[in-house]
Design a protein around this ligand. Sequence first.
Ligand SMILES: *[C@@H]1O[C@H](CO)[C@@H](O)[C@H](O)[C@H]1NC(C)=O
Length: 333
Amino acid sequence: MASVWKKAMVMAVFFSSLLCFCFDFSEAQLPRFQHAPKPDGSLSFLVIGDWGRRGFYNQSQVALQMGRIGEKLDIDFVVSTGDNFYDNGLKGSDDPTFHDSFSRVYTADSLQKQWYIVLGNHDYRGDVEAQLSPILRQMDSRWLCLRSFIVDAEIVEFFFVDTTPFVDQYFIDPKDHEYDWRDVSPRKNYLKKLLAELEMGLGESRAKWKIVVGHHTIKSGGHHGNTNEIVTQLLPILKANHVDLYINGHDHCLQHIKSSNSGIQYLTSGGGSKAWRGDFNWINPDEMKFYHDGQGFMSVQMTEAQVEIAFYDVFGNVLHSWSASKHLSHSAI
Ligand SMILES: *[C@@H]1O[C@H](CO)[C@@H](O)[C@H](O)[C@H]1NC(C)=O
């Protein structure tokens, strides 16, 4: 008898919390994770995008060099900018592609760290729930993929954003593809809530550095070019909140673009496997600091005072690096 009551209570609490979660938009917040920097206050990580092809198209070569550089920089974690599994995401949480394109490929010791992962448009062509499922985390504890979330690393706060639902084309003209919009529809509400949560999270952030990660480009000279929906809906929020770096994939290249009208640096790390597309939309020499139409990845090393990024090719050579610093004003509260 007592156990029946206990069950009923648990169910009541469960459903009331579910109700709060669903209807209380004003109080809604992005899921939040803490990732402390090293004891000396520094933090380093690698960024890879557009990768899952069972090791083919140089994915394995890139993974090997990530392992080498990851060890050299003593990385704390890895960031994935999405398009984790080609061509059509995962079929389910038991899809062997997860092992063949992730666990079996990124095997170096230095890569056995937490991975923070967003979804790309190709992931939305499969079973999205599977990539978000804790079952994958049980199979490989590095895996953490959510739609949108915050990682608070004290000296820097990361805002991971689900950018695919912003793009009109996938809804209006999906061509031969089917997208898994469960939990995205109604789309208008989804985007409104996400933008509100992001605005609130960025506004409340007291971190010295703010980094936003999404799959789609804001500014890009590559095949896909700029993503208009993200430029009009997301970028104003990033500008208003003085975001330092916007990191994306989607275009299968490595790229560094300096904004001419804000402090934002646009960094593309989408060279995780298939690349060499050979088409550019634009190259404005005042903004385009670096473009590599091939495979590779990016590293970020930072302290509260400094950030340093580098791009590497498939051989692990540094192709481009850039750094910036901020004044530390300990007196200011
Ligand atoms: C792999 O990388 C090498 C060196 O950059 C390049 O020559 C080759 O074309 C790449 N292979 C593929 C399939 O992209």
